[in-house]
Each structure stands twice: as structure tokens, then as C-alpha cells.
Design a protein around this ligand. Structure first.
Ligand code: ATP
Ligand code: MG
Length: 562
């Protein structure tokens, strides 16, 4: 597992950069880290970053740390820390060591004093608003702060008093003294510390000043002896600052490399969006099977392998683009096809009665669990004269290419017999309530001597043996491929799919009861399903993971059914 990067022939741009740095001797090891901020749950985009960081370390015999980037106490919580660790392990990775940026607060503080002493940082009294105004714009240089020329002694005194709590929140900050005219706004005297009286989930009330992301990230990488600090494109403009701090402090200097964030069609990720969906009840919690969170996917029945394979398959890019969600779904299908046992389940039942079946007779038929996996064994399927089939598999009058059952037509019942339909029973409204067939006793699957060829095979269950189960039919959360689009003043709430969850009562063959929570199955001819944690000893609840590729539905859509 996870020798993923080794399997490919050509190297991507990150692998090339690593190779060249190892060759030149700039670094001896490939040490990476995954640095989540503990302010939300991990989503599919994070999976990409996890696979990349852990994968590169593994492929090169290096190490990968998990580091919580916990410098923003207001939004962070231990609840998220624990969930993040659980999700990384579920995805199949184990970190070499666990760190918190907050563990480095003392070291960062003393490094800040060092920069003050060397004249590279100063205490500034501008308010946030004034600072914005002084910063200038993309086309206009900034102006120097009136506090920029304070002496190191004065700065040191003020900084220590900031830490001691003498000043109110937001009234002062510590800034790096770089260049207010730099074309890169990140270099226009960026803030290193802000005053903020907030309780931190790990350091409690020890600090009333907190370091910024820029002042924390590179130095944390350096302390952990990271060689390659891989991050997403929005930090490209921060790289000169990352480098500046390492150079000024004269410490181990990791290499930051940026790649494009993973973006998928029909999907939104991002903490703000996800929080709203959960808090306002559009979904049923962080692990709702429609959520793009890793715990949502787990509950939906996606396997860690299929997510890892997908991440490997899409690779890394230097430019933003959108990946079709179908690629993720196909990766799930490919893996489940190999591991999921087949079961017959009827989602939308109609009675099928075999009029020449011996009254009360039950036959135990035998079916293989998974044609893709010989080890998966076989199961027993009871067959009787009273069956249920799916309504969609019958038409009283059907087009020529409808290879299911029609009046006057024949079909094979999987792991059963060929049946011939001679009549139907309807209620007053004209709806078919029962399909009447005869069976061909010589056509039993596995010992067929009838010599007949029929085009279609359908699934069924024996009515008296069927287990009644609850099935949750999940679909995409959005009807648009680009739910983030704000065209015509719309928001993603306008694109919510009202049919993203439909719950039905379904009928399954008895073997369904053997399965435990989290186990994936293929309902033959229908799709992949997983046993949901809401299952009790009385009631089995299953979620649709993904449908099979539906050939008839596609033909219908294209008008090619006659
Ligand atoms: P979000 O706001 O979407 O939850 P974030 O970037 O704020 O994402 P962090 O906790 O800061 O989340 O991210 C941890 C790591 O995961 C970072 O290195 C970040 O670049 C990476 N990451 C986040 N989103 C994506 C994505 N869509 N594709 C690839 N990597 C991502
Ligand atoms: Mg973030």
C-alpha cells in the first residue's frame, strides 16, 4: 500500500524537485508533514494533501509528521484534533511523530526577540484598519509605519510588555521590517504577532499574544527538520517570506513547494461551507453520507483504497482545474467491484407468481458471492413460487430492446429459472399488482438442459424469505456541476438537490443479515451499498454508495431503445 508514487513511470514536478535536491545534496532525507488547522473536519481535498505528503515520504524512505497548525485559538478545538487523527488513520496512514505548532510558542517568542535585536522587527501601534491603508495596493507601494524606526531597545521593551498583557487586544502588533514598496504585498512588513486574549485549546491562558501563520509555519517546519514543505498554490506568494524568516534566523531551511488544490465538479469543500451545511441542518451532521468530509465518505461506504487510488490517479498540478466527480465515483466502483459480495435486493417490488410451481415448494439454490473473487465463496438463495422483482424490470408492452420481462416474453431469473410471462393482474387504477409466469423446469441455473437462450437476466427475492430493510438512496448534494458559481446572484443554496436523499423499504435475500456495519455489498444490477451505523438488531439500514453504470437508463436518455 502507498507505494503509489513508485508505481508510475514518469515523475511529477514535485518528485522531480525532490530528486534534484537529493542529488545536489541540498537535503539528505525526504521529511514531510501534513499540517491541518484543527478548526474543522478533513475533506476530500485534505485527502489529496495527505496522500501526497505521506506518499512522498514513504516512497523515499523519509518521514511524515502530523502537525496541528493551532495558532488561531478562536476557531480551534480538541474535538477537531481527535477527529483529524482518526480520519488520517482511516485513510491508511500513520504519522512518524505528532506535533502542535503551539508547542513552539516559546521558541517562536525567543526568535522574535532575536529579530527585534537585529533590527528586523518592530512593534507597531497602527490599528488593523490603518495598517490596511498604509499597506498600499497591488499597483501602489505602501507607506512606512510611523513606528517603523523605533530602536531595538524600545521594541524589545514594548514586545515584552505586549506579552505581559499591558496592552489591549489589537492595540499593537509585532511586524517584520522588510519593504513597504515590495511588489509582493506579503513582504510589506507582515504581522508576526497580534494581541489576542483568547483561550487556547492547549496552552490555555498562558498567552495573550499569538503568532501569525507566516511567522509560525516555516519555523515549525525548520524545528521538525522538514525538507519539503508542500502546500497549496495560495501560499506561493508567501514563499519569499517563508525564505526570509529562515534566512534571517539562520536556521534549517526547508523548501516550500506549491501545488494546485483539488477541486471536484458538483462538490464544495471548505470549512465555511461545511459548517453552514451542518449548523443550519441542510445535512445530518459532519458524517452525513452526502458530505465531502472523510467521515461522510466513510459512512457513505467509500473505501480508503478507492480514495487513495483516486488521489494517485489525478496526480498533482501546478494550475487550478476541476476534476470530474465521476473519476472519484469510478474509483469507488472499481474497488468495490473487486471486494463486494453480490446480493439480490428489490428496491421497488412487484409480485411475480409462478403458476406452475409446486404449491408450497421451496428450493435452495446456490449462487457465487463475487465473480471477481474466488475466495469469496458461495451462498444459498431460497427460490419459491412467490417472488418479488423490481417494477422497472417489467413492462406490459415494451420496446424491442427492452431485455427484461414483458408480457408474452421470457427472462432468466438469476440463480433460478427461465420464466415466461403470460398475464398480469391490475388494481382498479390500472396499476400492475402481480405478474403471472410459468417456469421452465429444465432451465435451472447451473444445470440448464432447456437449450433456450434468453437475452435478459433479472434479480428477484422469494417473498416469504425476504428481509425487509431500510435503504437510503443518496444522490449528489447539488444539481449543478459548479455549485460555487455565483452567476445571476445565485449561491450554492440555490443548487441544493431536493432529492439528495430518498428512503425506501426494500426486500433482500436472507443472506443480507450476515453483514456488519460498514460492510459494502453489491446489489446485483443496482449498485453498491453499505450497512449504516443506524442499523439495530431489528432493522437493517443500508446506504447507497454509488449506482452501477446503468446501460438501460443511458439508452433511454439517448432515445435508443427501439
Ligand atoms: P479548508 O478551508 O478547505 O478546510 P484549509 O486549507 O483551510 O482548507 P488546512 O487545515 O489549513 O485547511 O489544510 C491542511 C493542509 O491541507 C494544507 O497543507 C492545505 O494546503 C491542504 N489542503 C486543504 N484543502 C486542500 C485541497 N482542496 N486540495 C489539496 N490540499 C488541500
Ligand atoms: Mg487553513
Amino acid at each position: 500500500m502507498n507505494d503509489d508514487t513508485l508505481k508510475r513511470e514518469s515523475k511529477n514536478f514535485i518528485e522531480q524537485a525532490i530528486e534534484s535536491d537529493l542529488e545536489s545534496g541540498r537535503f539528505q532525507n525526504v521529511n514531510t508533514r501534513f499540517p491541518p488547522e484543527p478548526n474543522g473536519y478533513l475533506h476530500i481535498g485534505h485527502a489529496k494533501s495527505i496522500c501526497l505528503n505521506f506518499g512522498l515520504a514513504k516512497a523515499n524512505g523519509g518521514s511524515c509528521n502530523l502537525r496541528f497548525d493551532d495558532t488561531n485559538p478562536v476557531k480551534e478545538d480538541t474535538e477537531y484534533v481527535e477527529a483529524i487523527m482518526e480520519d488520517i488513520q482511516w485513510l491508511g496512514f500513520e504519522w512518524d511523530s505528532l506535533h502542535y505548532a503551539s508547542d513552539y510558542f516559546d521558541q517562536l517568542y525567543s526568535w522574535a526577540e532575536k529579530l527585534i535585536e537585529s533590527g528586523d522587527a518592530y512593534v507597531c501601534d497602527l490599528s488593523a484598519e490603518e495598517m490596511r491603508e498604509y499597506r498600499g495596493t497591488l499597483t501602489q507601494a505602501g507607506r512606512n509605519s510611523p513606528f517603523r524606526d523605533r530602536t531595538p531597545e524600545e521594541n524589545l521593551d514594548l514586545f515584552r510588555r505586549m506579552r505581559a498583557g499591558e496592552f489591549s487586544d489589537g492595540s499593537k502588533s509585532l511586524r517584520a521590517k522588510i519593504d513597504m514598496a515590495s511588489p509582493n504585498i506579503n513582504l510589506r512588513d507582515p504581522v508576526m504577532y497580534r494581541i489576542l486574549r483568547a483561550h487556547h485549546h492547549r496552552t490555555g491562558d498562558t498567552w495573550c499574544i499569538y503568532p501569525t501563520y507566516d511567522w509560525t509555519h516555516g519555523q515549525s517546519d525548520s524545528i521538525e527538520n522538514i525538507s519539503f514543505s508542500i502546500c497549496t498554490l495560495e501560499f506561493e506568494n508567501h514563499r519569499p517570506l517563508y525564505d526570509w524568516f529562515c534566512q534571517k534566523l539562520n536556521i534549517h531551511h526547508p523548501r516550500q513547494i506549491e501545488f494546485a488544490k483539488l477541486k471536484l465538479s458538483s462538490l464544495l469543500v471548505g470549512k465555511r461551507f461545511m459548517l453552514k451545511m451542518v449548523k443550519e441542518g441542510y445535512v445530518d451532521g459532519w458524517d452525513d453520507p452526502r458530505m465531502p468530509t472523510l467521515r461522510g465518505y466513510r459512512r457513505r461506504g467509500y473505501t480508503p483504497e478507492s480514495i487513495r487510488n483516486f488521489c494517485l490517479d489525478v496526480g498533482v498540478a501546478k494550475f487550478n482545474s476541476t476534476i470530474d466527480i465521476i473519476r472519484l465515483e469510478n474509483s469507488v466502483r472499481d474497488h468495490l467491484n473487486k471486494i463486494a459480495s453480490r446480493r439480490m435486493v428489490v428496491l421497488n417490488p412487484v409480485k411475480l407468481t409462478i403458476t406452475n410451481w409446486p404449491e408450497g415448494h421451496v428450493e435452495i439454490n446456490d449462487a457465487i458471492n463475487n465473480p471477481e473473487d474466488k475466495e469469496a465463496g458461495r451462498r444459498e438463495v431460497p427460490f419459491s413460487g412467490n417472488l418479488l422483482i423490481d417494477r422497472d424490470d417489467f413492462k406490459e408492452e415494451a420496446p424491442r430492446k427492452f431485455f427484461r420481462l414483458k408480457k408474452g416474453g421470457s427472462v432468466r431469473l438469476r440463480a433460478g429459472y427461465i420464466v415466461d410471462c403470460h398475464d398480469v393482474v391490475k388494481d382498479e387504477s390500472g396499476e400492475i399488482t402481480e405478474i403471472l409466469c410459468t417456469y421452465d423446469p429444465n432451465s435451472r441455473s447451473g444445470s440448464d438442459t432447456s437449450g433456450r437462450k434468453v437475452k435478459g437476466t433479472i434479480h428477484w427475492v422469494s417473498a416469504q424469505h425476504a428481509e425487509e430493510i431500510e435503504v437510503r438512496l443518496y444522490d449528489r448534494l447539488f444539481t449543478s456541476e459548479d455549485p460555487g458559481s455565483t452567476e445571476d446572484g445565485k449561491t450554492y443554496l440555490d443548487y441544493l438537490n431536493p432529492n439528495s436523499l430518498k428512503t425506501v423499504k426494500a426486500f433482500a435475500e436472507p443472506a443480507i443479515k450476515e453483514h456488519s456495519i460498514g460492510e459494502q455489498l453489491q446489489y446485483e444490477r443496482v449498485g453498491y451499498f453499505v450497512v449504516d451505523p443506524d442499523t439495530t438488531s431489528e432493522k437493517l439500514v443500508m446506504n447507497r454508495i454509488v449506482s452501477l453504470r446503468d446501460t438501460w437508463g443511458k439508452m433511454e436518455a439517448k432515445g435508443k431503445t427501439n
